[in-house]
Design a protein around this ligand. Structure first.
Ligand SMILES: Nc1ncnc2c1ncn2[C@@H]1O[C@H](COP(=O)(O)OP(=O)(O)O)[C@@H](O)[C@H]1O
Ligand SMILES: [Mg+2]
Length: 167
C-alpha cells in the first residue's frame, strides 16, 4: 500500500463478502453527483462491488446485475436521492450512450456507478473514482482504486481512513 501514489490505493479482497464490505464503506461516503467507474474482466467482481456500494449508500432493494436494461435506477427512501447502476458491456457505441440518457445522468445529482466504462472512455468526465479489479486467484482480487479530480481525492482519503479504522 505504501508504494502507491497519493491518488491510488490498493485493497486486497479475499472473498466476495470482503469486496461487498469495501463497497459498502465507499457507498457510505458517496455524495450527490459522484461518478464511480468499475473495470475488470467478466467475473472480476464489478457487480459484487456495486452491490456493496449500493448497500452502503442505502439502496433498497439491493443492486443486481443489470442484464436486460443497461441502466438500473435506485432510489433511497430516506431522502429520495437516486443512484444509477449502469452496465455498458452490451453497449453498441456512442449512439447508444445518447439513447441511454447518459448525458442527463452525468449532468444530474444522481450517483452513477458504471461497469465497463472503457466502452465509452472518451465520453466520460475525467473527474471520477475508478476501480480496476484484478483477479489474483479464485477468491482473491486486487481492488486498485484511482482518484482523478479534487472531489475524488477527498473521497479516496476518506475511504483510506475508513479502511484503516476497520483493520
Ligand atoms: N474477492 C472477491 N470479490 C468479488 N467477487 C468474488 C471474489 N471472489 C470470488 N468472487 C466471485 O466472482 C464473481 C464476480 O461476479 P460479478 O460481480 O458478477 O463480476 P463482474 O460484474 O465483474 O462480471 C462472483 O461469482 C463472486 O462470487
Ligand atoms: Mg457485472
Amino acid at each position: 500500500m505504501s508504494a502507491s501514489p497519493p491518488n491510488e490505493m490498493v485493497i486486497q479482497s479475499d472473498s466476495p463478502q470482503r469486496s461487498e464490505q469495501v463497497g459498502a464503506a465507499l457507498g457510505r461516503l458517496l455524495r450527490a453527483g459522484d461518478l464511480i467507474c468499475l473495470s475488470g474482466q467478466l467475473g472480476a467482481g464489478k457487480t459484487v462491488l456495486s452491490r456493496g456500494i449500493g448497500a452502503g449508500w442505502g439502496a433498497d432493494p439491493p443492486l443486481s446485475s443489470p442484464t436486460y436494461n443497461l441502466v438500473h435506477e435506485h432510489q433511497r427512501e430516506r431522502d429520495g436521492a437516486r443512484l444509477q447502476h449502469i452496465d455498458l458491456y452490451r453497449i453498441n457505441g456512442l449512439a447508444d450512450a445518447a439513447t441511454l440518457g447518459l448525458d442527463d445522468i452525468l449532468d444530474s445529482d444522481d450517483i452513477a456507478i458504471i461497469e465497463w466504462p472503457e466502452r465509452i472512455a472518451d465520453y466520460l468526465p475525467q473527474a471520477q473514482l475508478r476501480i480496476d479489479i484484478e483477479l489474483v486467484d479464485e477468491q482473491g482480487r486486487d481492488l486498485i482504486i484511482n482518484a482523478r479530480g479534487e472531489r475524488y481525492l477527498c473521497l479516496l482519503n476518506a475511504l483510506r481512513d475508513a479502511a484503516l479504522a476497520r483493520s
